[in-house]
Design a binder for this molecule. Sequence first.
Ligand code: ZN
Length: 165
Amino acid sequence: MSQQTREHYMLEAIKAAKEAELEGGVAIGAIIVEESTGKVIAHGGSTANHTNDPTAHAEVNCIREAAQKLKTNNLQDFTIYTTLESCHMCLSAAAWARIPRIFFGAYHKDVDSSLIDVKGKFLDEEEAKRMNLRDDTSMVAKGGILEKECLQLLASYNKQHKTKS
Ligand SMILES: [Zn+2]
């Protein structure tokens, strides 16, 4: 898959992040793409804050939507695009859904730490290699897709948020 295609899909995830922010969530977005057709099957943002559901991260919301839409737990033909490096929970959720690929924009380490409640060093690109999918292959995670744009989403979200409170 070309870098251009990845950026095209990341723009969709950025759109989902902006929608999430407008709805009162954090500016983090994700989409799930079907590899064989190139179709976007699910898109969504983080709704953890305003729905009082701490597990409602963008990736988890998308995984739920895709699995329910397709009536399956097996999403092995799918790829996640997310604006921010996934947390432990989302990386695991993807593994449980057998999703073999995650492309992300911004790296956790570059985000203002006041935005992230769970501390600790966790690198998706390394951790994914340890996540065994059921057919004995590892997951692949790769960051830096439209990295600046994805980081900017959170920088402006944080600035606004801090001014308000
Ligand atoms: Zn997460």
